[in-house]
Design a protein around this ligand. Structure first.
Ligand code: FAD
Length: 384
């Protein structure tokens, strides 16, 4: 087994690291304050292929695979969790769903503008009453002649204030809870689509999160994305891949916390020597380094399985669960190492900590990941 990245992935990492350090990092505090990533910055990300990481080159994507996507997301998250979340929802969820389930015609229409960054994408599963139990969703789509009429609402939709296209799930049959849901492609200018105000969040503030309501929203029959009633099954596949992205986002935040803490501990002196010479703090940093690396290995294992065309359901849940919990722990430790200065906004560690907490909740909470992993273990036991 080779733990070294292939040459092209090293080059991708270096290019992304440079871009993120020069173009994202210096703005992260301001974007966290304003809750806004400027369009000019999104345009630059599009030009470099960061908005089409998993899309094929013949549809204007960068075709980096899930390993390449993980590398990109880690580098962005190291600088700004909110920007990384914007990319994660766009690439991992919206584009991910379209690439997985849409018809060739739909892909030709939607993938190139998304991959070039001409528009952002949103993915809309969660509703006010259904989060972890996502299949309990109540939004309904009814066929009326050549149009679907959709009524309902969605909650916590990333990129929603800017997106040009929304992948929307809705109930299309009452015969089965999971096999009675379909996905639809909804253009931003659709009549009956109401985009609510941005949520005032604890972290990931550069990324926008909005509620949506659909009021007799009519879309063409051909905007069904994937097979009728199989939309939730497609969502599970999308989430299996999306969780690798949230895992890599968590690794980036954890690495950020470690690097900031090491830098601070080298310069700050107490009791006549730099903090880094105090063994208690050295041990905290050692644990942060080890756990960040372990999380990255889990992320890459899941990504490599996806790139090989294999299922990574268990690995995706494991990497998302482990990396997100490690990220929160590392960020809290980084604040502890930086002391009072770590608690104020001038230092990035308090922002990293606020960003990290989301990774334990979004795309399936830690409890949901433990449910998936333990169910897989039981299934494996039954099969033997
Ligand atoms: C910033 C942000 C961005 C988001 N972006 C998107 C997006 O773009 N698209 C989208 O569709 N959704 C999005 N979400 C929604 C996110 O995926 C959900 O918040 C998440 O799945 C949890 O659902 P919930 O908030 O309804 O919590 P709930 O499901 O109500 O859960 C509350 C708590 O109960 C626990 N719990 C629930 N069921 C069980 C159980 N059976 N056993 C043990 N514990 C349980 C959960 O783990 C959690 O701790 C986003 C959320 C946030 C905060």
């Amino acid at each position: 087994m080779n733990f070294e990245l292939p040459e092209e992935m090293v080059a991708l990492r270096e290019m992304t690291r440079k871009f993120a350090a020069e173009e994202i990092g210096p703005n992260a505090r301001e974007w966290d304050r304003t809750g806004e990533i400027p369009e000019e910055s999104i345009r630059k990300m599009g030009e470099l292929g960061f908005l089409g990481t998993i899309a094929p080159t013949d549809l204007d994507g960068a075709e980096l695979g899930y390993l390449g996507n993980a590398i990109v997301i880690e580098e962005f998250a190291r600088q700004c969790g909110g920007t990384a979340l914007m990319l994660a929802a766009h690439n991992g969820l919206c584009l991910g769903h379209i690439l997985h389930a849409a018809s060739d015609e739909q892909k030709k229409k939607y993938v190139p503008p998304l991959a070039r960054g001409d528009m952002l994408g949103s993915w809309c599963l969660t509703e006010p009453c259904s989060g972890s139990d996502a299949a309990a969703l109540e939004t309904r789509a009814v066929l009326d002649g050549d149009e679907w009429v959709i009524n309902g609402s969605k909650m916590f939709i990333t990129n929603g204030s800017k997106a040009g296209v929304f992948v929307v799930t809705a109930r299309t049959s009452d015969e089965s809870k999971t096999k009675g849901i379909s996905a639809f492609l909804v253009d931003r200018d659709t009549k009956g689509l109401h985009i609510g105000p941005k949520e005032d969040k604890m972290g990931m503030r550069a990324s926008d999160t909005v509620p949506l309501t659909f009021e007799d929203m009519r879309i063409p029959k051909e905007n069904l994305c994937g097979q009728l009633n199989m939309g939730f099954i497609d969502c599970l596949k999308v989430l299996e891949r999306g969780r690798i992205t949230i895992g890599s986002l968590s690794v980036g935040l954890s690495r950020g916390a470690l690097e900031e803490a090491v830098a601070y501990a080298q310069t700050r002196e107490q009791f006549g020597k730099p903090l880094i010479k105090h063994q208690t703090l050295q041990f905290m940093l050692a644990d942060m380094a080890m756990e960040t690396d372990a999380a990255r290995i889990l992320v890459r294992k899941a990504a490599i399985k996806q790139d090989a065309g294999e299922s990574s359901e268990m690995e995706s849940s494991m990497c998302k669960l482990f990396a997100s919990e490690i990220a929160t722990k590392s960020c809290l430790n980084a604040i502890q190492i930086c002391g009072g200065y770590g608690y104020i906004k001038e230092m990035p560690v308090e922002r990293l900590m606020r960003d990290a907490k989301l990774c334990e909740i979004g795309e399936g909470s830690s409890q949901v990941q433990r449910m998936i992993i333990s169910k897989k273990l039981l299934d494996m036991k039954k099969a033997n």
